[in-house]
Design a binder for this molecule. Structure first.
Ligand code: NDP
Length: 483
């Protein structure tokens, strides 16, 4: 199977190739086979993309917001019409099962384009009366925004960054992860088919150094990164030295707290969604599952039983619900953590190994009797590894849940809603859940506190991060001056 993209880059409304850039193989994670290649952007390609974005942004910002919104809404409808084809592509790019990609990737990208398309014409300023004078404000675009994506949700990330950026009148240069280069090209193609002018949404390929070159370029006004905390620190520092706006969507090690009165089947469902969806490659996952000691063994027994229904195999088979790791190197990182879990004395409930089949498949893995100091309880693993920790007391579990550098998400399962709100109110996290886990509708702000990030994606909040306010003082009378 070959899925060779038309060309490596999409610049100024058209596919562009430059084979002088480093060759990047596109590997299908379910088989390990090379299914295509792209080339990293050369300095000439980076230059071309930024010049085109600079020019395209002026054309785009001069259009009415309503017209911009209509184009984004059209792109959303086109994505929904092509959902099957885009979902298959997402599966080839990431290895995630079609059962997931057909409902969670292109569709959530379309949600963002439709939502921000609808918001575009509502982005107005304020009138502030000051006696006979007044101030009015104008919400203006930032200019050229750079989006840098992780590999777990390539279509969604391209849209979650592109939709609010474009709704506010910015242009974007998007660099996907080198591991998943294909989906963002399709997003660019569809946006332009829908009527986005040339240069407004560009995609260029490459490794970290292409991202780094974009971040420090003087033509760039804002950088939005989805990636790990170490990369985030580098990108944030580089952007700060040029005083650029940033959004940082980074990693996590989020707590999911299951109280003794929780509906146990729902809590297990939340823990499954929050650890094994996309084979655990989700930033907001609740990978530290604190289970009250009174229900721990029941929880573990039933969890192990339900995990037997995970069906691993060909991700394009619609009955398969568990795919491979995105790459051999990510699989090896996760296997390393599994070994540390075993060596550290955690009790392996299930999984814990690579499966004897082609591709990069790991079995869903659960460790119990995990303690706070174990590496598997402290570091982001980004794979299908759940750590179950015991607790007895509400105040104790809150303190332990917050004892981490991360703060992306948190969840609480309890039938006592007062306790649910009280506990969530004390957890240091940006995206929280009561009796649920990992829902991410476009209407809800998404993002982290502490080392997990800066800024918010989705919802009206994202508008603050892709626009700036100009205030204009208007004097009606004479100007008084001292001399
Ligand atoms: P990385 O941090 O390794 O990479 C993220 C992106 O940044 C890639 O495109 C990468 O390029 C690029 N990059 C690397 N170095 C630099 C640099 N110095 N300057 C500019 N760009 C650079 O993350 P992964 O791709 O491995 O993704 C997994 C991480 O992403 C996890 O920590 C996960 O939690 C986080 N994540 C966060 C989300 C959120 O919304 N909070 C959502 C999804 C994932 P390349 O890799 O191609 O070399």
């Amino acid at each position: 199977m070959q899925l060779q993209p038309t060309a490596s880059h999409f610049i100024d409304g058209a596919y562009v190739e430059d084979t002088a850039g480093t060759k990047i193989d596109i590997i299908y994670p379910a088989t390990g086979a090379v299914i295509g290649t792209v080339h990293a952007a050369t300095p000439a390609i980076i230059d071309q993309a930024l010049n085109s974005a600079k020019a395209g942004q002026k054309v785009w910002a001069a259009m009415t917001a309503r017209d911009r919104g209509r184009i984004l809404s059209r792109a959303a409808a086109m994505i929904m019409e092509r959902n099957h084809e885009l979902s298959v592509l997402e599966t080839y790019d990431t290895g995630k099962p079609y059962q997931e990609t057909s409902v969670a990737d292109a569709t959530s990208g379309a949600d963002a384009l439709e939502y921000f398309g609808g918001l575009a014409a509502t982005l107005t300023g304020e009138h502030i009366p000051l006696g006979e004078d007044w101030v009015y404000t104008v919400r203006e675009p930032l200019g050229v925004c750079v989006g840098i994506g992780a590999w777990n949700y390539p279509t969604q990330i391209a849209c979650w960054k592109g939709a609010p950026a474009l709704a506010c009148g910015n242009a974007m240069v998007f660099k996907p992860s080198e591991t998943t280069p294909m989906c963002a090209l399709k997003v660019a193609e569809i946006l332009h088919e829908a009527g986005v002018p040339a240069g407004v949404y560009n995609v260029i390929q490459g490794m970290g150094e292409v991202g780094a070159a974009l971040v420090t370029d003087p033509r760039v006004d804002k950088v939005s990164l989805t990636g790990s905390v170490p990369t985030g620190k580098k990108v944030y520092a580089a952007a700060a030295s040029h005083m650029k706006h940033v959004t940082m969507e980074l990693g996590g090690k989020s707590p999911l707290i299951v109280f003794e009165d929780a509906d146990i089947e729902n809590a297990i469902g939340g823990a499954i969604n929050g650890n094994f969806y996309s084979s655990g490659q989700v930033c907001s996952n609740g990978t530290r599952v604190f289970v009250h000691k009174d229900i721990k063994e029941t929880f573990l027994a039933r969890l192990a039983e339900r995990l037997q229904n995970a069906k691993l195999g060909d991700p394009l088979d619609e009955s398969v619900n568990f795919g491979p790791m995105v790459s051999e190197s990510q699989m090896n990182i996760v296997l390393g953590y599994i070994e540390q879990g075993k060596a550290g004395g955690a009790r392996l409930i299930c999984g814990g190994e690579r499966l004897d089949m082609p591709g990069f498949f790991l079995a869903p893995t659960v460790f119990a009797d995990v303690t706070d100091d174990m590496v598997i309880a402290r570091e982001e693993i980004f794979g299908p590894v759940m750590a179950v920790l015991d607790f007895e007391d509400e105040a104790e579990v809150i303190a332990r849940a917050n004892d981490t550098q991360f703060g992306l998400s948190a969840g609480v399962f309890t039938k006592d809603l007062s306790r649910g709100h009280r506990v969530i109110g004390q957890l240091e996290a940006g995206s929280c859940f009561i009796n649920s886990y990992n829902d991410a509708p476009v209407e809800a702000p998404f993002g982290g506190v502490k080392a997990s990030g800066v800024g918010r994606e989705n919802s009206k909040e994202a508008i603050q991060h892709y626009s700036q306010v100009k205030s204009v003082y208007v004097r009606m009378g004479d100007v008084e001056a001292a001399y």
